[in-house]
Design a protein around this ligand. Structure first.
Ligand SMILES: Cc1cc2nc3c(=O)[nH]c(=O)nc-3n(C[C@H](O)[C@H](O)[C@H](O)COP(=O)(O)O)c2cc1C
Length: 134
């Protein structure tokens, strides 16, 4: 069994596409919170959470998942990725506000405005995957 689970919520499909792309390359299990909200994370040492942003807010399903699993998450490596429109300082501020609100320490954002890889995703996704592999 893999040690990594990717758990995400997506409205328009971008976060889903990123989550699947990462899962393929890390051999991770993947869960869509729209399909399944009660996920047994006991067997994973690393949880990668993914959300989009609407009006500065992360998606409610991700917020609820973190609230419901707070104590178990505290014992794991948790990494949040945010799929967003903003880039630069605005995106960085948005990302750090959400990260603080979630009481997490490890997060990254992927702007839909940044340079794309061959899969049409931000090149930052590939950098992130390499970081997760090392
Ligand atoms: C109604 C609406 C509000 C949005 N608000 C923000 C925002 O406040 N900040 C931001 O960076 N992106 C914002 N976006 C862009 C989305 O977060 C971005 O497209 C994201 O990739 C969507 O993910 P999804 O396709 O998985 O739902 C907004 C998009 C929509 C449709």
């Amino acid at each position: 069994m893999t040690d990594t689970a990717i758990i995400y919520s997506s409205f328009m499909g971008k976060t889903r596409k990123i989550a699947k792309y990462i899962a393929d390359r890390l051999n991770a299990d993947i869960f869509d919170l729209k399909v399944q909200s009660n996920i047994d994370i006991s067997g994973y040492s690393r949880i990668i959470l993914g959300t989009g942003v609407h009006a500065g807010r992360p998606y409610a399903r991700v917020t609820k998942f973190i609230e419901d699993n707070r104590s178990e998450l505290n014992d794991k490596e948790v990494v949040l990725f945010i799929s967003c429109l903003y880039d630069g300082d605005k995106a960085a501020n948005q990302c750090s506000e959400i990260t603080m609100e979630y009481q997490l320490s490890n997060s990254v954002y992927f702007s839909t405005r940044s340079q794309k890889n061959d899969a049409g995703l931000s090149k930052d996704v590939d950098v992130f995957i390499e970081r997760m592999k090392s």
